[in-house]
Ligand binder design. Structure first.
Ligand code: ATP
Ligand code: MG
Length: 363
């Protein structure tokens, strides 16, 4: 990376977001966040985090799978258009400032406040964790606050399910700024840094489709729920999975509900507006149109979207592919540590912990 590019980077507002390596990426990731990330690279300094530490909060007994998924997710990112020359791919476990900040932020977040976070409640429910979740599972929510704030970003592109986490992040950033930097509690969020705060108050940015329903027609499409269409699925698999989308409709002449899961896919993936409108009209009228016909069109549209990604992914699938990916991770994480260490230094100074300087290195 030339010095020039480095200087140019510093002028652009930052974006931070990421994925947990609990499986490969799916269409929910694309419409909820990934599509925005690819676009934002043009104008922002982007950091894309591999939240592998968080994968351990629900899969501690599967370290090899977490390692594999970490690498596969980077392949998905690059295939989808993330450019590692412009954006940093960041490995959470080699960005120690995040773990340190998690500890400090944990003190600023009430236990009751955390347990009222609706996303945590839903996750405990849909992932069937019951009361068996680890202490570490709850820690991930604090950890995510540190993931974000370590990069002092302006925006965080996420799916709708993450908005409660962003809200908590904003609360903690305000709290830290007031408590340790003397920022006036009445200061506008937009002026947080001008008013002396270490942390800007970041904004969530939800994608085109806030919450894509899974092929079960019911829950959010989610890696952990087996209701996904993967970005790396082949054509036949995509069509097979689309054919499974459950609507409960009985006959092609029955007026259909165009607010159902299948039509969310029409809206998300059929880019030919006229065709989408015509399908919708005929479906609503029960104009001799079966789910099968709609599913064919949806499958075709998804395959059109995924074809270039499949092609690009091939580059990393042969021998040596993983090594290329690990190099991308190493380079991105190096650059990311410069920013995260600077944030930590500023935060610790504000907290009266700036005893002396330190420097970390990645080989
Ligand atoms: P897990 O089941 O392990 O929680 P996940 O499928 O929910 O996995 P995450 O890694 O938690 O995936 O989410 C990564 C990003 O993708 C987040 O910003 C999240 O909001 C977004 N996202 C995930 N699933 C969807 C979806 N179905 N619709 C829209 N956005 C989504
Ligand atoms: Mg999730």
């Amino acid at each position: 990376m030339s010095k020039n590019t480095g200087e140019k980077r510093a002028e652009r507002p930052r974006v931070l977001t990421g994925d947990t390596p609990t499986g490969r990426l799916h269409l929910g990731h694309w419409v909820g966040s990934l599509e925005n990330r690819v676009r934002l690279q043009e104008e922002y300094e982007c950091y894309f985090l591999l939240a592998n530490m968080h994968a351990f909060t629900t899969r501690a007994e599967q370290p090899q799978e977490i390692r594999r998924d970490t690498i596969e997710i980077v392949k998905d990112w690059l295939a989808a258009g993330i450019d590692p020359e412009r954006s940093c791919v960041v490995l959470q476990t080699e960005t120690p400032a995040i773990a340190e900040m998690t500890w400090y932020f944990a003190m600023l977040l009430g236990y009751g406040r955390l347990m009222r976070n609706p996303t945590i409640k839903t996750e405990i429910d849909v992932k069937g964790l019951g009361d068996q979740y680890s202490f570490g599972f709850l820690m991930y929510a604090v950890g995510q606050i540190a993931d974000i704030l370590a990069f002092r970003p302006a925006y965080v592109p996420v799916g709708e399910d993450q908005i409660p986490h962003i809200e908590m992040t904003r609360e903690i950033a305000r709290r830290f700024n007031q408590l340790y930097c003397g920022v006036d509690p009445h200061a506008e969020d937009a002026d947080a840094v001008k008013a002396g705060g270490v942390f800007p108050i970041p904004e969530g940015m939800v994608g085109r489709i806030a919450r894509l329903i899974g092929t079960d027609g019911k829950n959010k499409m989610s890696k952990s729920l087996n209701n996904t269409i993967m970005l790396s699925d082949d054509e036949k698999t995509v069509q097979k999975k689309v054919n499974k989308i459950f609507t409960g409709r009985q006959s092609p002449t029955e007026p259909g509900d165009t607010g159902n899961a299948l039509f969310q896919y029409v809206e998300a993936f059929i880019r030919d507006d006229e065709m989408a409108a015509e399908l919708k009209r005929r479906y609503a009228a029960g104009d001799n149109i079966g789910d099968g016909e709609v599913k064919q069109e949806v499958g075709r549209a998804i395959n059109e979207l995924l074809a270039p990604m499949r092609e690009k992914r091939k580059q990393f699938e042969g021998p040596g592919g993983d090594d290329v990916i690990i190099d991308v991770i190493r380079e991105g994480t190096k650059r990311a540590n410069t920013v995260a260490e600077e944030t930590l230094r500023l935060a610790k100074e504000a907290m009266g912990l700036g005893f002396f300087e330190r420097e970390l290195g990645i080989g």
